[in-house]
Design a binder for this molecule. Sequence first.
Ligand code: FES
Length: 89
Amino acid sequence: MAGIKVEFRQSGKTLEWEDRFENLLEFAEANDIPLESNCQQGFCGTCKTRLISGKVEMERTDGLEAEDIEESKILVCVSVPVTDVVLEA
Ligand code: FES
């Protein structure tokens, strides 16, 4: 969706989301924000990142443990923002 802001807290960057990206991992990489990833399909959990505020749509949650969900972690490789979001990365 247009007009959605994505803040990467540790990187100190706030960017406007672009629908041409499939997920937040791709978006971050395109903007020189280094995030760790491996499977890029929501299975391995390597890319989990804490969602400080806002909402995302996550295609798959296999890579998350119950405690990750309690800590508001998301899998950026399968997530797109649906509201303005703040990520810890
Ligand atoms: S890179 Fe494997 S779950 Fe995201």
